[in-house]
Design a binder for this molecule. Structure first.
Ligand code: BES
Ligand code: MN
Ligand code: ZN
Length: 496
């Protein structure tokens, strides 16, 4: 889909559809009515007085322009909800609803008038609208026989209103961010037999080549040389070889410390010998969601040309039970030198992340942010509306929370108090890989912390937010691409 940043004279053009929005109220906004051709003005007033359309978020109104009249063939008026609760997320959803409706009507093109939101610049509004539109248009069709006849794609999305330069800038950022998130979604949705660790490594090579980034891939031999006993232990039950994927964006000064993104790339998590129940196990193809988001964020970083140095790291493996699999009770040696007693082979994410964190720590990054579908406990604690954020640096945590609020991919803090650490104490090794039922998200984060040393670090547990039922207008069932937007917004905030 093309984004046309500044669509001039939209009200007079022969567009198939022009979308407007209206905030909730007892009377139709005068600005809205005045902006419509006179043939529609009475209709909108009537819809309002009858109570059928009052600008609520679940309401919309489609008006067909009579034959012979000039201007757009259809006007779509979308309810925008309460004005004082509106944010960038409101604009994202409105744009997505406009695109979805356009898809349903098999129309190739639409215009979207930016709602004038106080508190948001034209640039921010254009970014949000462009994100909503590009995200809404995405579908995962590559494994299905194409439908006949093929549905009409929405080819172009025109932004109407706002200052030209600002809208242009915002629209471009929004397109890049949403393209990146869509890329993560596509990777997430690929099943375990397609998206193997080797596949993710190949994809990383392509992303690196496209974005002029350096790519380093470590296979079994190099992982052995690096002493990555944890990543190797997790993968030893599978015939799929593990990989450690490293992408490097050099947009900053040569001596400038990079920031590092680390993402869990577990391409299928059966639980291993501590096998999971079979019901719903298919969803464990999404256990590489963190890794997908990191690859996607790196793609976005390169396309945005961010003036900073960024490292993207994805440890990738498949967790299966077999005669060669790691067993409960086994003690493994991590790259850091710490010995881990594997109590539960289903707590594998923290193992592969441990080696990745210690590896990237050697590069002395200014900050590390990891993201992982790490614990079921996180889903219990926060459900599907926020990732958990934990870490060693309060400023970093605050910055991530703010980026989350702005991007619409929110995170919420849990404490990393030292008292919880004792749950990981082991009698035979340096630590156990599980801390029992209480506070499972916190003890998992404590485990990771053991491998980051003194570097400012934060961890996002995205188990409840990375995939699911696509209830928002810009989502579909399956992978959400979460937290690609959050990561990119956080990185961008560091350049401001
Ligand atoms: N990948 C899972 C976590 C997960 C659960 C992600 C549900 C998405 C939805 C992780 O590897 C895991 O199995 N964690 C265990 C840890 C436990 C054994 C301490 C869990 O949460 O049950
Ligand atoms: Mn697991
Ligand atoms: Zn897992």
């Amino acid at each position: 889909m093309r984004i046309e940043p500044v669509l001039q004279d939209a009200e007079r053009r022969e567009l198939p559809l022009l979308a407007h929005s209206a905030f909730q109220g007892d009377a139709p906004p005068e600005e809205l009515v005045a902006g419509l051709p006179s043939v529609h003005q009475g209709t909108v007033r009537r819809a309002w007085t009858s109570g059928e359309f009052r600008g609520r978020e679940d309401q919309s109104l489609l008006l067909h322009t009579p034959e012979g009249e000039e201007g757009p063939e259809r006007f779509l008026i979308l309810g925008a909800g309460e004005e004082d609760k509106a944010s960038a997320e409101t604009v994202r959803r409105l744009a997505a609803r406009a695109v979805r409706r356009t898809q349903e009507l098999s129309l190739p093109f639409l215009g979207f008038r930016l709602p004038k939101l106080s508190g948001l610049s034209d640039e921010e509004q254009a970014q949000a609208a462009s994100e909503g539109a590009v995200l809404a248009e995405w579908r995962f069709l590559e494994l299905q026989t194409p439908k006949e006849p093929a549905p009409t794609p929405v080819e172009s999305f025109g932004l109407v209103g706002g200052g030209e330069e600002e809208v242009r800038r915002g629209a471009e950022v929004g397109r890049i961010v949403a393209d990146a998130e869509n890329f993560a979604r596509t990777l997430q949705n690929r099943p375990g037999n397609v998206a193997t660790p080797a596949h993710l490594a190949e994809i990383a090579q392509e992303v690196g080549a496209q974005g002029a980034m350096e790519v380093t891939i470590l296979g079994p031999k190099e992982l052995e040389e690096e002493g990555m006993g944890a990543l190797l232990a997790v993968s030893q039950g599978s015939t799929q070889e593990p990989r450690l994927i490293v992408l490097e964006h050099r947009g900053g000064d040569q001596g400038e410390a990079p920031v590092a993104l680390v993402g869990k790339g577990l391409t299928f998590d059966s639980g291993g010998i501590s096998i999971k129940p079979s019901s719903g196990m298919e969803d464990m193809k999404y256990d590489m969601s963190g890794g997908a988001a990191v690859l996607a964020a790196m793609k976005g970083v390169a396309e945005l040309g961010l003036p900073m140095n960024v490292l993207g790291v994805v440890p990738s493996a498949e967790n299966l039970p077999s005669g060669t699999a790691v067993k409960p009770g086994d003690v493994i040696r991590t790259r850091s030198g710490k010995a881990v007693e594997v109590i539960n082979t289903d707590a594998e994410g923290r193992l592969i992340l441990a080696d990745a964190l210690s590896y990237i720590g050697d590069r002395e990054p200014a900050a590390i942010v990891d993201c992982a579908t790490l614990t079921g406990a996180c889903v219990v604690a926060l459900g599907h509306h926020a990732a958990a954020v934990l870490g060693t640096d309060e400023d970093l945590i605050s910055a991530l929370r703010e980026a989350g609020d702005r991007s619409g991919e929110r995170c919420w803090p849990l404490p990393l108090w030292p008292e919880y650490r004792t749950q990981l104490d082991s009698k035979v090794a340096d630590l156990k890989n599980v801390g029992g039922r209480p506070a499972g998200t916190i003890t998992a984060a404590h485990f990771l912390r053991e491998f980051v040393g003194e570097i400012p670090w934060a961890h996002l547990d995205v188990a409840g937010t990375a995939y699911g039922e696509g209830k928002l207008p810009y989502r579909r069932d399956g992978g959400f691409g979460f937290p690609t937007r959050l990561l990119l917004e956080w990185l961008r905030s560091r350049t401001r």
